[in-house]
Ligand binder design. Sequence first.
Ligand SMILES: [Zn+2]
Length: 142
Amino acid sequence: MASGVEVKSSSIDGKGCYATHSFRKGRKISEYVGERISRHEIKRRLQGAQRIHICAIDSYWAIDGSVGGNGTQYINHSCNPNAFIKIINGRIYFYALRDIAPSEEITVDYIASWHDDETKCFCNAPNCRGTINKIQGRSGSS
Ligand SMILES: [Zn+2]
């Protein structure tokens, strides 16, 4: 488990990743670790997957946090997130988008995930767009 976080059940979806201490805006929360896989392997693993814990590095490589992950693979999507992803030298990191209090669930905006574009979002944010993926030309949940 990455330091400063813990995994508990989430009202958003299944399990979530929660802060165990505060993170100041702009501070690194953790690296997203797991198995490094290629585009071909991503496709194979997505078939029939119930839960997706794959995060893209670039158009070819990704990290599957369900193999050797440190808890950050449970970071859920929110349309009003408190963290964001930064890719540095082929590695994936989570940073605080704003101050995060202890016991807050850590969330990021997936923007373009491998989820189906119609996959509904249950983040409960006032500005929820209704789907996990941000679909071009669509705004809000209408
Ligand atoms: Zn949402």
